[in-house]
Ligand binder design. Structure first.
Ligand code: AHR
Length: 356
């Protein structure tokens, strides 16, 4: 990669993205085959692109799919040298990984930020070194010194969950909602957005949120929090909201062990986020009532950003992943979120088979 030229282009691109506006848009996946061929031609030219990727960790099925997406797209075969660091959910380790990438002089840095704050200094260091940073999945809220962000609207996911629960409770004649929330990792924008979105609907509808604690986006965390909830709130709750599928798997284990009946035939409505394959299998079997997708396959869009930069263009500042909302029962065809009608999709085996 022509580093000096890129350094210049980077400064120009950073200035122009500031003026390009940040209106989010939903995107569709770049065409795989055409993209692949074009990339092969590039690599035949002999320029390997070095990318440092500071990944959150390995806490969930979602994370595994996100890592695989990057490794598949940024492969040696496709002309990339991917330096991958699993930061094990440790923010200090993640900052250190980014600084090491700067030291190595990689061509691009991809960051999935564990927490949304504390980024300005290290992003300034990347900028000073002329290395473009692309943020994926979670957001950075205290600095705009990155080229593009590719990810999900977590608040919309939380709002969708709340709007669906309102419609579902009305259909089932449930008059009172007493909810327990198992949050994701503290300080992660995925946690903050989902919590904010759901709380907005809960406050509007006058629901009771009995408790809201972090399960750290892990199965063990979900199980532990659910076990303690069962001790504290036995017989008092009729909804459990898990902020990812792995937490839901742990919560199911805890409820099963305690004899609490959940899911479409149970006493407790169980809701989850991510909609990974295993999550959708549980929606299909009726153990999870609804699952709000978070799409982990960002890498093809990141590659588009890199290609745009390589050809001297200005990429979009924000790219939103396309996402769907999944249910077991065919009783609520759609919900209204942010003033727009959104479909609720009943899970079938074909949908499960096609999922990440
Ligand atoms: O940031 C995305 C979240 O992080 C996913 O919902 C969760 O599974 C992951 O660990």
């Amino acid at each position: 990669m022509k580093k000096k030229i890129l350094s210049l282009l980077l400064s120009m691109a950073m200035v122009s993205v500031l003026f390009a506006g940040c209106g989010g848009k939903e995107d569709t996946a770049p065409q795989g085959d055409a993209q692949q061929e074009e990339q092969t031609d590039d690599s035949a030219g002999g320029d390997t692109i070095t990318i440092g990727f500071a990944q959150v960790g390995h806490e969930s099925d979602w994370r595994t799919a996100s890592t695989k997406s990057c490794q598949d797209v940024f492969s040696a075969e496709n002309g990339y040298d991917l330096q991958f660091v699993d930061c094990d959910n440790d923010s200090a380790k993640q900052l250190e990984a980014v600084r090491n990438f700067v030291e190595q002089g990689v061509d691009y840095i991809i960051i999935d930020p564990i927490v949304s704050t504390g980024w300005n200094t290290v992003l300034t260091e990347c900028e000073d070194a002329g290395i473009p940073v692309i943020v994926i999945d979670r957001t950075i809220d205290d600095s705009d010194k990155y080229i593009s962000w590719v990810g999900s609207n977590f608040k919309t996911e939380g709002l969708a969950c709340g709007e669906w629960l309102k419609a579902y409770a009305a259909q089932k004649g449930i008059e009172e909602i007493n909810a327990l929330v198992i949050e994701g990792s503290t300080g992660a924008s995925a946690t903050l957005g989902r919590t904010e979105g759901f709380k907005e609907i809960a406050d509007r509808e006058g629901w009771n949120i009995l408790d809201s604690q972090s399960g750290d986006f892990t199965q063990d965390g979900g199980q532990e929090v659910m076990e303690s909830y069962i001790k504290s709130y036995e017989g008092q709750f009729n909804v459990v909201i898990c902020q990812n599928d792995n937490e839901a798997f742990g919560a199911m284990d805890a409820m099963k062990a305690a004899g609490v009946k959940y899911g479409v035939d149970g006493d407790v409505i169980l809701v989850s986020f991510d909609a990974c394959t295993a999550g959708l299998e549980y929606v299909m079997s009726g153990d999870i009532n609804a699952d709000f997708e978070c799409n982990p396959l960002a890498a093809p869009f990141v590659e588009e950003v890199i290609k745009t930069l390589e050809s001297g263009g200005t990429p979009e500042k924000e790219v939103y992943m396309e996402e769907h909302w999944f249910v077991n029962e065919d009783i609520i065809p759609s919900i209204e979120v942010n003033g727009e009608s959104q479909d609720m999709t009943v899970v079938t085996q074909d949908i499960v088979d096609a999922q990440y």
